[in-house]
Write a protein that binds this ligand. Sequence first.
Ligand code: F6P
Length: 369
Amino acid sequence: MRRGAAASLRPPEGRCRRGARYGARVRVGILTAGGDCPGLNAVIRACGRRLMRAGHEPVGLLRGYRGLAERDHMVLDHPALSGILHLGGTILQTSSYNPFREPDGIEKVKAAQQADPLDAIVAIGGEHTMMITGRLHEEIGLPVLGVPKTIDNDVTGTDFTFGFDTAVQIATDAIDRLHTTAQSHDRVMVLEVMGRNTGWIAVCAGIAGGADGIVIPELELTVEELADGIARRHQFGKDFSIIVVAEGAELAFASGEKRVIRESEETDNYGYPRLGGIGEALARELEARTGYETRVTRLGHVQRGGTPTASDRLLATRYGIQVAEMALAGEFGQMAALRGAEMTSVPLSEVEGIKTVDLRYLEVARTFF
Ligand code: F6P
């Protein structure tokens, strides 16, 4: 495991380190960046409580890296960290502020660190935030650490991100509900789920909900193949079908034609295109080919809001404790990670690209359609 350059902040024999630089307490800034996801507050709570227990001071940096650059802080004391375990969203609010892209962003970050130094900065975010966090460590030597979050489960270096289980549960609930109405009306139901450029949510919810077809960006499945599958189900006496499609999938045809469906040409602050709309396009094609009445549900941000599942609260809490330990040990430039059943850490420099779906999951799903 690669260690950061800074010395360990762990106090000798469990007492607070007292020194000219740190004073009585170590101050650790915590921020949440990028899109929100269920479990962020559980990480903030666990990290903050672990630090306080050792006599240190967690500080909330508001709206992602903007809070660091503009010194917009909030106190994270016991009352602030109490009663938030089960809450969705983030008490620290979030933004896609990227100091490398904002005018004077890096200068502001440096000035803030000089005026009011933080001994460690914990950034909870997705793949893009991890990249920014890695650069802040490499290029300006900030004492930063990362915690991976996203409903998409696409961050490399870790097996699972918190928030993913909640999104899968919400999508599975939706499939269950679609089943009863699809069955009553002999309809095809197309459910579009999030996941950006990966199909993790689609595949896992599709298996858990018993979908009859799953379309993901990682593997081409043509409209004709799907339509044939639906027709076969009808021959076997099933008059309804549920198709789950990931927002990042393409519309593929047997002719070799592929259509990229986008809600708009707009990109977000990180440069990602706004996805969405494949569900409607796919439904039209399926209805035209099968002749079965088809309806579409796009789950959208419902997948990101509200209460985290018990499993996500547990995982988020483990991430929070892990990153607090890493901060106290001075493991800067590292990201907390889940490998198998163990919490560990990996260098942020190794967190790159996106983690695509393990296609063995899709093989499991295919047993049933
Ligand atoms: O990365 C999480 C996610 O919810 C994706 O699944 C989705 O494509 C995107 O964020 C939506 O972003 P926004 O909230 O900016 O619309």
